[in-house]
Design a protein around this ligand. Structure first.
Ligand SMILES: Cc1ncc(COP(=O)(O)O)c(C=O)c1O
Length: 395
């Protein structure tokens, strides 16, 4: 299925930086423009028809999320991004001295720092090791979990290595090893744009992702929060209360208590359109395209002369969650490699990718990261293989 024409692709270069942010589609922009042009108003405030239409469009997105992730529409909270969603959980759970959190060494800083900060409250952070290609094993998790474990947090796909993670098995291990006590948080920032999620089947209590990594707008993210998992609002204010006096207040139920102040209305509605795009294309087509990209990228790396290119992470297609590759050209600093590839028509990121502990584990200061998505083509991959050869032979 060729869907590359659906996406707004910047001209002049192949876009290989989708793990930082994906491209989007015209319907996403049109949906946001429609809000600004036709019914721009604040939501849940007042009785006029613009506010009613805006509220209706806004509410519909919760219903879409509920269908998408197999949960109740009350269990989704609008936030700015994955980072805010994870911080919201760290700030909203009630911690006591001696509580434990288990987190992996393969995390983006956004799923590490919020937990490290809890050390000041006497919470013990246990680090769960990944293997040298970023795989997470239940056998490594189980001994770290006890009845003291309040939360186990891990990524559904590494943003450095693109390694496939057995989320269901790991979530099950977390539950069994803690006698059902530990809650599970999954960072799905690199996952939702590529694979379907059933939060009940995994099962997880918290799931975080960003709209901008799954074809939606920037500035919008989602926290899935199982309604049975206790969580306090991290902010309070307008929109969250049932009643307020100069003395006290009572909060609304469920998600409404979590969304203080005017949310990112246009972006939330735009996110709904991005979910529609995924539904229309179908995850099976996205996964099939990813598989082709993974296989052809692996061939492009294997075709490099004299072992000039070091590829990190899995080297077999079955262990990749998506077409995301970290690499270095021998004797060439990562930033220089990225600049040279940019000049040859490939936009990709270089650095530690906000995952310093994992980058250090790879024994380097940084890597170049090629991350591809639905709109990338076999032709682009072939040209990338040639460009990489050109750069590595110059080094
Ligand atoms: C795995 C992972 N988690 C969290 C984040 C943070 O996402 P955001 O910057 O949208 O909050 C990223 C961003 O690259 C990521 O790749």
């Amino acid at each position: 299925m060729d869907v590359s024409s659906l996406f707004l692709k910047p001209k002049g270069s192949a876009y290989f930086d989708s793990a930082a942010t994906s491209l989007t589609t015209l319907p996403v922009l049109q949906k946001m423009q429609e809000y600004y042009e036709n019914y721009r108003a604040n939501i849940h405030r007042g009785a006029h028809h613009f506010t009613r239409q805006a509220s209706e469009e806004y509410e519909q997105v919760y219903e879409k999320l509920a269908k998408f992730f197999h949960a109740s529409s009350q269990e989704f909270v609008s936030v700015r991004n994955t980072t805010e969603a994870i911080n919201a959980v760290a700030l909203g759970m009630e911690w006591k001295e001696g509580d434990e959190v288990v987190v992996t060494e393969a995390e983006h800083h956004s799923n590490l720092l919020p937990w490290l900060r809890l050390k000041s409250k006497g919470v013990k952070i246990r680090i769960w090791e990944a293997d040298n290609v970023g795989k997470l094993w239940p056998e490594k998790l189980a001994p770290l979990v006890s009845k003291k474990t309040r939360l186990v947090a891990f990524t559904a796909c590494s943003n450095v290595l693109g390694t496939k993670i057995p989320v269901k098995e790991l979530a099950k291990t977390a539950k069994e090893a803690s006698s059902g006590k530990a809650l599970v948080l999954v960072d799905a920032a690199q996952y939702v744009g590529h694979h379907p999620v059933d939060v009940r089947e995994w099962p997880v209590e918290f799931l975080a992702f960003s709209g901008h990594k799954c074809f939606g707008p920037t500035g919008i993210g989602v926290l899935f929060h199982d309604e049975n998992a206790p969580l306090q609002p991290w902010f309070v204010g307008g929109g969250t209360i049932r009643e307020a006096s100069l003395d006290s207040y009572t909060l609304l139920e469920h998600r409404e208590r979590f969304e203080a102040g005017t949310p990112a209305i246009a972006e939330w509605i735009g996110l709904g359109a991005a979910l529609d795009t995924i539904t229309k294309i179908g995850y099976s087509n996205i996964e099939a395209h990813d598989k082709q990209l993974v296989e052809s990228m692996l061939k492009a790396f294997q075709g490099q002369p004299h072992n000039n290119v070091q590829l990190y992470g899995p080297v077999n297609a079955e262990d990749k969650s998506c077409a995301l590759f970290a690499f270095n050209v021998r004797n060439l600093p990562h930033h220089e490699t990225a600049v040279m590839l940019d000049q040859l028509g490939f936009a990709m990121r270089s650095g530690h990718h906000c995952a310093m502990p994992l980058t250090k584990k790879l024994g380097v200061e940084g890597t170049v990261r090629a991350s591809l998505h639905l709109y990338n083509t076999a032709e682009e991959v072939e040209k990338f293989g040639q460009a990489l050869k050109q750069v590595s032979l110059l080094a």
